[in-house]
Design a protein around this ligand. Sequence first.
Ligand code: PLP
Length: 395
Amino acid sequence: MPSTTPARAAAAAEPRSVYFDNAASTPLDPAVLDAMLPYLREHYGNASSQHSYGRRLRGVVETARRTIAGLLNAAPNEIFFTSGGTESDNYAAIGTIRTLGLTHAISSPLEHHAVLHTLQALERVGDIRLSYVRHDAQGRLDLNHLEELLTTHPRSFVSLMHANNELGNLNDVEAIGRLCVRHNAIFHTDTVQTMGHYRHNVRLLQNHFLVGSAHKFHGPKGTGFLYRSAGLPVQPLLHGGSQERHVRPGTENIPGIVGLAKALEIAYQGLDEHRRYVQGLKDQLIRRLQAEVEGVQFNGLSAEAEQSLYTILSVSLPPSPRNAELLSTLDLNRVAVSGGSACTSGDKAGSHVLSALGTDPDRATLRLSLSRYNTADEVEYAVAQIANLFRAELV
Ligand code: PLP
């Protein structure tokens, strides 16, 4: 890539707006929308009805289930449709702990709140004791500590994510799975950020649960699934009809389920190419930020290609009086990113992940998260906008 001065890059890309918040939600793939539209327009029945409208939709739901199962090398009866990642995480944790009468859970302070708050709520009502695996300043989990915890508390519920949604850090879920098997633990992995970005093969993993949320891989919002390994009995959280084999009652979101399956199918078809492309954009971002922003750092393992998710870069910016307006200034300049700061006591709005890592609260964090719809020009434009903020600071 030819080197471009920030001013020229900004001028060249002036009219564009840049969406670098794909870890929050991704744009819908037009082919996914096309697949969904007939189920919003023409096929409006209820999949539980006995007439032809209902029977057609029942077939559609089961086809989507087989598609997802096939991609994960799972059996269709191991896939349950839900409203997304949060519900799937809650289902796995609450359903398993209650059904199996587990009294101890192991997680990490770096987990998403969909897991952390769920387990903490169970601890508050006295259902479980919760232990946290230690991690280092980069967010690497201490698997020796996990083994110690599992030795002291066999048959625990273990919830450790595949990729961290703020840092992009990847956990070694194969190694964690082996430890869980050895200690007879139930292993749930929040795969919300990696579903559709890595190939998950449930026959090679030792997981009891994986989760998917369509809007993280160019599908619609409010639809997702839970993979639950066969043979694990788990009570429903909701009570009602017989949908999803009584496990998750409620009228099926047919357009959502169709879009979910289509989005995952497209993601798997293009996975290697998309991965190379997006990793290239991330490498460019790292290089250009290092060249243009003095004192830039990267949180956790975010800049380590082998140890982090290729869609997320967590950027740590030097202390500056302008850091408080960083996000809004970038937004005014048409660059959409997420922020983050370490929580200091009393500052509940801060990031629990950065706080757990002990990052300097005076440095600002930007989470830049990419997708296959982003371009190298957008990287140049965004870097120029970030660099300009620091340049303006100097004058
Ligand atoms: N888990 C992780 C790691 C996430 O990043 C998210 C969403 O950002 C969730 C769970 C929640 O997923 P959903 O938005 O589908 O409820």
